[in-house]
Design a protein around this ligand. Structure first.
Ligand code: HEC
Length: 144
C-alpha cells in the first residue's frame, strides 16, 4: 500500500507544474539581487585589498548562475506586486532582456576562470564586466 501511495505521488509530481505565488517570486528575485550586490561589494573589497583572488571562484560561479536564473524569475504574471521595479519592457523586449542576463553569466564565468587560475588582472577586468552587466540591465529594464 505504502509503495502504491508513493508511486501515485511521483506520478502526480511528474505532471504537476511548479507554481509560485507572484509575490513570493518577486521577493525571491529582489532578495537574490540584494545578495548579488552584497557579493559584488565583497569581491570589490577583496580586489582593492590586493588579496588572493582564488577565493573569488565561487563568487564568479554565483554571478554566472544568477545570470542564467534571471529570465525565469520574470515570468508573465509577475509584472506587478511587492513594489516591483520590473519595467514592462522586460516582457515586450524579451530577447534584449535575455541577452542582458546572458552577459552577466558570461562575465561571471570569466571571473570564475580567472579566479581559478589565480589571475589577478583577469579577475579585476571580469569584475568590471560583471558591474557593467548589472548596470546595463538596470538602465533599460528596472525602474529608478
Ligand atoms: C538582466 C537584467 C538584470 C541583471 C543582469 C541584473 N539585474 Fe538587478 N534588477 C533587475 C530588475 C528588473 C530589478 C527589479 C526587480 C523587482 O523589483 O522585481 C533588479 C533589482 C535589483 C536590486 C534591488 C532589489 C530590491 O530589493 O528591490 C538590486 C540591489 C540589484 N538589482 C542588484 C544587481 C546586481 C549587483 C547585479 C549584477 C551582479 C544585477 N542586479 C544584475 C534586473 C537585472
Amino acid at each position: 500500500m505504502a509503495a502504491l501511495g508513493l508511486a501515485g505521488v511521483s506520478a502526480d509530481m511528474a505532471v504537476a507544474q511548479v507554481t509560485v505565488p507572484p509575490d513570493t517570486l518577486i521577493i525571491a528575485r529582489q532578495a537574490g539581487m540584494d545578495l548579488q550586490l552584497a557579493l559584488a561589494g565583497a569581491v570589490k573589497r577583496g580586489i582593492d585589498s590586493k588579496g588572493e583572488v582564488k577565493v573569488f571562484k565561487d563568487a564568479g560561479d554565483g554571478f554566472a548562475a544568477w545570470g542564467k536564473a534571471i529570465p525565469g524569475l520574470f515570468v508573465k504574471g509577475s509584472e506587478s506586486g511587492h513594489n516591483t521595479r520590473a519595467l514592462p519592457v522586460i516582457w515586450s523586449d524579451r530577447d534584449g532582456f535575455e541577452k542582458a542576463a546572458a552577459s552577466l553569466s558570461d562575465a561571471g564565468e570569466a571571473l570564475s576562470k580567472a579566479a581559478a587560475a589565480g589571475n589577478t588582472e583577469g579577475v579585476a577586468s571580469a569584475f568590471q564586466a560583471v558591474g557593467a552587466a548589472c548596470s546595463a540591465c538596470h538602465r533599460t529594464y528596472r525602474a529608478r
